[in-house]
Design a protein around this ligand. Sequence first.
Ligand code: PMV
Length: 306
Amino acid sequence: MAFAGGKVILFGEHAVVHGRPALAAGIALGVEATATEADADRFTVAPWGVDIGPDRDHDLARAFRAALDLHADPNRPRYHVHADVGIPGGAGLGCSAAMGVAVIHALDDARGITRDPRDRGEAAMAWERVFHGNPSGVDNMMAAVGGIAVYHRGHDGSPSTLDPIRVRRSLPLVVAFSGESSSTKEMVSMVTRQYEREPERVGELFDGVASLVRNAKLAIQDGDLRAVGQLMDMNQALLSGLMLSTEKLEAICKVAREAGALGAKLTGAGGGGCAVALCEDTESAERVRAALEPLAPFTRVTETGR
Ligand code: PMV
């Protein structure tokens, strides 16, 4: 049984695609996968009711093929891989990456192969490309490594970097799915088009996000959650400036703050998907979760960082 967690981007989504750093946190919710020898390669996904072979015309089949191709041996055994998904897909929680990392881990275990978590994250990039076209790599690296880290996408042949942050206090978070799904691929190209049209405005905005990441890293190291919350609110304002927020996400952030959250923002691609709120402690997080429940079809408290 292999498990890989989803992630929330606390700072820096989209800017990370264009070379700025992002600060992300692994969450305890994710995907479990098992691989058992079988007569033919087969991939099943619960609770989605997916049951496919690797040759089907389907993104999950293409991704499965990419995972099987990591073991390029025509005489290898065939596998039935089963994935159990515990987070909503298309919601900004890195569901596809968690699935990719869990599936690769399960196949490695079945074949007796040991792979370093970072290598597993890199290996899952081929899986992520099926769904995201131009992924920064933050989702698959976080699914493989977890914790809280600053991620920098590599460019011009330089490798991407993931620098874990040593935290003084864990971060009690509330994750709330708006119920609106969105396509990361489309949101990334929408922002890229804005950047091409208005390089100065959007470039400055990305630089603003980069300085929030630097300050947030220091605040997290110091255990200053109040400061982290304020920085999250600022990041949300910048994301709204890129037209990534929705009325529903704004309402979730507002209700979360009114219920005591220290800060709240959308997380991931935006245009729907999830919001994340930071709270002082787990009791406060429970109150925020209860306040969000009538608004959001999926709300969970998750503690991250230690
Ligand atoms: O929506 P998600 O969980 O795939 O997160 C996307 C984050 C982006 O920065 C918008 C894209 C990326 O590849 O980093």
